[in-house]
Design a protein around this ligand. Structure first.
Ligand code: LLP
Length: 432
């Protein structure tokens, strides 16, 4: 059994990704290699989009959180599926621009946007800038004024919801660097100030409670808190907020321990709760935005490596050394994230051993996982690590001056390079 639906085994006993032989892909493009299954990405995009159409009358927008996996080809696929983008930096905006994104469907996030980034976003006519703090509101009012335009914003709100996930990826609680707190009154103050701003149009409110969440309950709770705040704003100021952005955070399967909710169910359940709350509170139904990142890209990706050696330390552990590691996947080093791995050229064999997969950096913590069930590997085998489509390529680095792997998209039995493998000249490109 595989963690992603697009994985299988062919007659040679090789792992297949979107129907393509992973061992052949490794041979053709080299390793390490990120492989992304475009059909699965598109399937996820459609599932989210259809869920808004089906359960919320199409009154909303899916914005893919591009921090999960950003390159021009991914932005193009999203545009083609009618999906907007959540961007968090000038680099992501530039990528979106070069991919031909519709900027009215872009949300620009960040807890410390620079003036350069704000000006860039205003020039690109980003549909919604998610304002994180009062200084940013003031700077944006000034920048928009200088440019003679009115800018659409949302406020990032901390709804005070505890999402049951890793501390580093929790964001909705009061002790967070992101956004305005409700409890202290700072959120209401900011709203009143924005209403007074000449060059700002307050479109809505945003919250994002965390990532890799399997429960629907905290999303519903967050939506209810936000709607209550929208009602309070109406009562206090008469101003009607039109948009509600509920962020992303929907969990995926990394190992068999994970039990994700079908993507459609989020909007189904959240829609019911939103409609009930709005009726109770006497406010109009908001335009809803959601920002899935991991769940859009994660299951579609597999990373392929070549095993360079096996070190068996009797009574302690066995290390499998791969030609990548924390530079292409830092998530175990950062969060102790678990992954499912297999020997791609022995995918039809049973997993008869447990190993530690070690990267090639000069760093003991450079591991992909410990105690991972896998087939017995020998040097030259292709090691596949599954569900690496999100927060792997996007968090990759050049530590130890290791070039970043290529990204290949597979679709309809064909593979094409979406991001070229870095060369040694890329490594010294900016050296003087
Ligand atoms: N919207 C906002 C405002 C966010 O901050 C995030 C993720 C998302 C949407 C998308 O969340 P997702 O659907 O991907 O869970 N590097 C970490 C994850 C950090 C998530 C940051 N924000 C990891 O590798 O697990």
């Amino acid at each position: 059994m595989f963690v992603s639906e697009n994985l299988g085994v062919n007659e040679k006993g090789h792992l297949t990704i979107g129907g393509m032989d992973s061992v052949e892909l490794a041979k053709e493009f080299g390793t390490p290699l990120y492989v992304m299954d475009e059909d699965l990405i598109r399937k996820h995009a459609k599932a989210y989009k259809n869920s808004i159409d089906k359960f919320y009358g199409g009154n909303g927008l899916v914005c893919y959180a591009s921090k999960a996996f950003c390159c021009k080809e991914m932005c193009r696929v999203m545009k083609d599926e009618g999906i907007g983008l959540d961007v968090v930096s000038i680099g992501e905006m530039y990528t979106a621009l070069k991919a031909g994104a519709d900027f009215d469907k872009v949300c620009f996030h960040g807890n410390n946007k620079t003036d350069e980034e704000l000006e860039y976003a205003v020039d690109l006519k980003v549909g919604r800038i998610i304002v994180d703090n009062i200084y940013e509101l003031e700077r944006l009012e000034r920048i928009a004024g200088e440019k003679g335009v009115k800018v659409g914003i949302m406020f990032r709100i901390k709804p005070g919801i505890d999402a049951h996930t890793h501390d580093f990826v929790k964001t909705g609680q009061i002790d967070s660097k992101f956004g305005f707190a409700l409890e202290t009154g700072e959120a209401m103050e900011a709203v009143k100030k924005a209403i007074e701003c000449k060059n700002i149009e307050l479109k809505g409110l945003h919250c994002h409670i965390g990532s890799q969440i399997f429960d629907i309950a905290p999303f519903i709770e967050a939506a209810e808190v936000m709607l209550k705040f929208i009602a309070d704003i109406k009562k206090d100021t008469g101003y009607e907020i039109s948009d509600l952005n509920l962020g992303g955070g929907f969990g995926i399967m990394y190992t068999e321990k994970d039990d994700p909710v079908p993507y459609e169910n989020y909007m189904e359940k959240v829609s019911v709760a939103v409609k009930e709350s709005c009726e109770k509170l006497g406010i109009k139904l908001p335009y809803i935005l959601i920002e899935p990142g991991r769940s859009m890209a994660g299951p579609a990706g597999v990373t392929l490596y070549t095993c360079g050696g096996v070190k068996e330390i009797p009574n302690i552990r066995t290390y499998i050394s791969i030609d990548g590691g924390m530079t292409d996947n830092p998530r175990y080093a950062l969060y102790k994230s678990e992954y499912d791995a297999l020997v791609a050229n022995k995918a039809d064999k049973s997993k008869d051993t447990k190993v530690t997969i070690a990267g090639k950096c000069c760093e003991s913590g450079d591991l992909i996982g410990e105690g991972m069930p896998i087939q017995t590997a020998v040097p030259g085998d292709i090691i596949a690590v599954c569900a690496t489509g999100a927060y792997n390529y996007s968090m990759s680095s050049n530590y130890n001056r290791i070039p970043k792997p290529a990204v290949v998209f597979v679709k309809n039995g064909e593979a094409r390079i979406a991001v070229k493998r870095e060369t040694l000249d890329d490594i010294i490109r900016n050296d003087i």
